[in-house]
Design a protein around this ligand. Structure first.
Ligand code: PMP
Length: 293
């Protein structure tokens, strides 16, 4: 079935849906986006995604061009027109269309695009075996907390991962106390360190505060897992007992190899599996089958 997109007040077949060449999203990546998944007819963590959308917009001083109620209607309509129970809803807001000039244009209405595509969750084999990542320099700007459509450094990192036969690139930035892993090119990065403490980079301007990350942090606390929102170094990663990544579309996914070397014994760890199951339940998905011997 042909996909339908919402573009500034109109529902159009995706292949006919366009924005003007002078759209500032196209000219300057002057816009933000949000990605929400829908499973079994239910939008997962819609409120948290909407709150982050609002934060990103506020940080760039872009106004949402429609009311909250209208946005809900548009998302609902776009989903209905695409007839998918399990779907990925993509929202993008740019500062709008104006003759190309760097400063904000006066009186320009921001543009809103909503698209829906099929949700592709990790396969059972990926969940059971875990995935491979590379480390890669973090070449992004200093406001990674804004979900900007300016993703060139993320694109280059993901491409490097793909060329290395890996699912993701974990980004290495220099911090005051040496190199640290900030996050993945489109996922948040986690380890269970050599002392058994669950670690992930704190939600500073150097990472995107993942919605999945925020849910998994709460669930780890509920499960009584020792936890520190403290960055880990590539050396700590090399000594980690477990590693995994999170995102709305990857869910909780074990990382079992880094730069071609196994993480611990190369199998998903216990803490990772507990969090995978807990997060799957949050999404209304079945738990993992037990490890096959
Ligand atoms: N970091 C980056 C750079 C991302 O692009 C994403 C995906 N939006 C995430 C982390 C994970 O965020 P979420 O859990 O909200 O999908």
């Amino acid at each position: 079935m042909a996909r339908i997109a919402y573009v500034d007040g109109r529902y159009l077949p995706l292949r006919a849906a366009t924005v003007p060449v002078e759209d500032r999203g196209f000219q300057f990546a002057d816009g933000i986006y949000e990605v929400v998944k829908r499973i079994g007819g239910r939008l997962i963590d819609a409120d948290r995604h909407l709150a982050r959308l609002r934060r990103s917009l506020a940080a760039l001083r872009i106004d949402l061009p429609v009311s909250d109620a209208a946005l809900h209607r548009i998302v609902k309509q776009t989903i209905a027109r695409n007839a998918l129970a399990d779907a990925l809803v993509y929202l993008q807001v740019s500062r709008g269309t104006a003759p190309r000039n760097h400063p904000f244009p006066a009186d320009t209405r921001p543009s809103l695009v909503v698209t829906v595509r099929r949700l592709k969750l990790p396969t059972e084999a990926e969940r059971q075996k875990g995935c491979a990542v590379i480390t890669h320099p973090d070449e992004r700007w200093a406001r990674c907390d804004i979900k900007s459509t300016g993703l060139l450094a993320n694109v280059l990192a993901k491409q490097a991962a793909q060329e290395a036969g890996c699912r993701e690139a974990w980004l290495v930035a220099s911090g005051p106390a040496g190199d640290v892993i900030t996050e993945g090119s489109s996922t948040n990065a986690w380890i269970v360190d050599e002392h058994g403490v669950l670690r992930t980079h704190p939600a500073t301007q150097r990472i995107l505060g993942g919605v999945t990350r925020s849910v998994v942090l709460e669930q780890a606390r509920e499960l009584g897992i020792p936890l520190a929102e403290r960055a880990f170094s590539p050396a700590e990663l090399a000594r980690a007992r477990e590693a995994f990544l999170t995102s709305a579309t990857s869910l909780v996914l074990p990382v079992t190899s880094v730069d071609g070397r196994p993480v611990a014994n190369g199998m998903p760890g216990d803490t990772t599996r507990r969090l995978m199951d807990r997060y799957a339940a949050h999404c209304g998905l079945p738990a993992e089958p037990p490890v096959r011997g």
